[in-house]
Write a protein that binds this ligand. Structure first.
Ligand code: C2E
Ligand code: CA
Ligand code: CA
Length: 409
């Protein structure tokens, strides 16, 4: 950077991250993972000039620094060359597989004048590529900066949100499709920020997962939902479903004791707590997690696999984990009426869930057609706007007392 400043030249900083490297490690083993890293290095070495610096930055991240960059076209050319290196397959034990990369770039002095700024901005650009679907490159630029500003502000506001009482749980009824009775409720978090207003959980949960606040948010959801459900037992013996992030399971021993505490202090019977976890946990677990889930189940709590069908639902994982219930992701229902393919997928999921003795919930039921179709296919439970949107506790209580009757809501 000192040289670049003296000579008035550009320096390109490139972050190269392998896509889904974790899966290679998990499915093919660490030796194959090591082989991929070594071969990646060799491929990269082939295309760089002697004045460039290539390093392995950590894990599956590589850093490439290129001095004397002429213009952004040259940078694009380099990035495209790197992407093309991965059009070639990797081979191990006669097995052939492909890995793509995500590339983020920052240019001195436009995107930063210190190494810290440049690294951070190349990293941000790389994450942008990941979010947009991987196997591509991106520059760090001003547009991205705006997104990042919002994220940084939300990040710092979120720290205060719990103490400022800006977080609230909404509840969406879960219905027995045959009797149309409410058998449960899913607790869904809502955040009303002083500056940005209503922030959807799809935006703030990932932030909380990155900055570690997910543990506090999770405790809040768990304790609030349990004590609310305990009060509602007098009206109806409903079960409460609480969402858990796989990040919360990194400290599974702490999580287990938090769940036990929440049940004790609310006096909610464990049978009335349903723990929703997503497929990503299945991929990202260690054996302690399975032991912990088994403990929860033997305490009487129920375990649900959430968003089923959106990730990598290997059958072997489903059997290894002690699930009671499977939730079909609402994505499958969106155009099910007009798509035979979707209908066949849903019927395959239902058949599989039955074979594994799992109770089935369909989420995203938006009309009568959905409700009837799923009922006929043998799906027992459902939730969706057709029955009720997620509503604040007070409104939910009214619905609980009146019961659900389809469109009249
Ligand atoms: P999810 O677990 O898949 O939750 C269901 C989402 O579907 C909710 O979105 C709900 O409002 C929406 N939904 C329900 N019925 C319908 C329908 O008929 N049509 C459509 N289009 N949507 C429907 P919401 O509340 O925005 O939550 C989004 C996601 O945020 C949740 O997805 C969950 O992954 C996460 N989340 C929410 N609360 C928590 C929480 O307390 N902890 C954790 N870890 N994650 C949470
Ligand atoms: Ca859920
Ligand atoms: Ca879902």
């Amino acid at each position: 950077l000192i040289k670049a400043a003296q000579n008035n030249t550009l320096t390109l900083v490139i972050f190269i991250d392998l896509d889904n490297f974790k899966q290679i490690n998990d499915t093919l083993g660490h030796l194959v993972g090591d082989m991929v890293l070594i071969e990646t290095t060799q491929r990269l070495q082939r295309i760089i000039t002697p004045s460039s610096t290539l390093s392995r930055f950590g894990g599956d991240e590589f850093l490439l620094i290129i001095p004397d960059l002429k213009n952004s076209n040259d940078a694009k050319h380099i990035a495209a060359t790197i992407l093309a290196l991965f059009e070639l397959s990797f081979v191990s034990n006669n097995q052939e597989f492909f890995i793509s990369t995500s590339i983020g770039m920052a240019v001195y002095p436009y995107d930063g004048t210190t190494s810290q700024q440049l690294l951070a901005n190349a990293d941000i650009a790389m994450y942008k590529v990941k979010e947009d679907g991987r196997n591509a490159f991106s520059f760090y630029n001003a547009d991205m900066n705006i997104d990042v500003q919002r994220m940084l502000t939300l990040d710092s506001h979120l720290r205060q949100a719990i103490t400022n009482k800006e977080l609230e749980l909404y509840y969406q009824p879960i219905i027995d499709l045959k009797t149309e009775k409410i058998i449960g409720a899913e607790a869904l978090m809502r955040w009303n920020d002083s500056e940005y207003g209503f922030i959807p959980p799809d935006e703030f949960i990932p932030i909380a997962e990155k900055n570690g606040l997910i543990h506090q948010l999770g405790d809040f959801a768990l304790n609030t939902a349990c004590s609310q459900a305990a009060k509602w037992q007098k009206i109806s013996p409903l079960q409460i479903s609480v969402n858990f992030s796989s990040v919360q399971f990194r400290y599974y021993e702490r999580l287990l004791s938090q769940i036990q505490k929440a049940l004790e202090s609310s006096s909610l019977p464990p049978q009335k707590l349903d723990i929703e976890i997503t497929e990503s946990l299945l991929f990202d677990h260690n054996d302690g997690v399975i032991t912990m889930l088994n403990k929860l189940q033997s305490m009487g709590a129920q375990l649900t696999i959430d968003d089923f069908g959106t990730g990598y639902s290997a059958l072997s994982y489903l059997q290894k984990f002690p699930f009671d219930r499977l939730k079909i992701d609402r994505e499958f229902l969106t155009d099910m009426r007009y798509s035979e393919e979707k209908r066949e997928l849903v019927s395959a999921i239902i058949a599989m869930a039955k074979a594994l003795n799992l109770e089935i919930v369909a989420e995203g039921i938006e009309d009568n057609w959905h409700a009837n179709y799923l009922k006929e296919m043998g799906c027992g439970l459902g939730q969706g706007y057709y029955y009720s949107r997620p509503v604040p506790a007070k409104e939910f209580e009214v619905i609980l007392k009146q019961g659900i009757n389809g469109n009249t809501l």
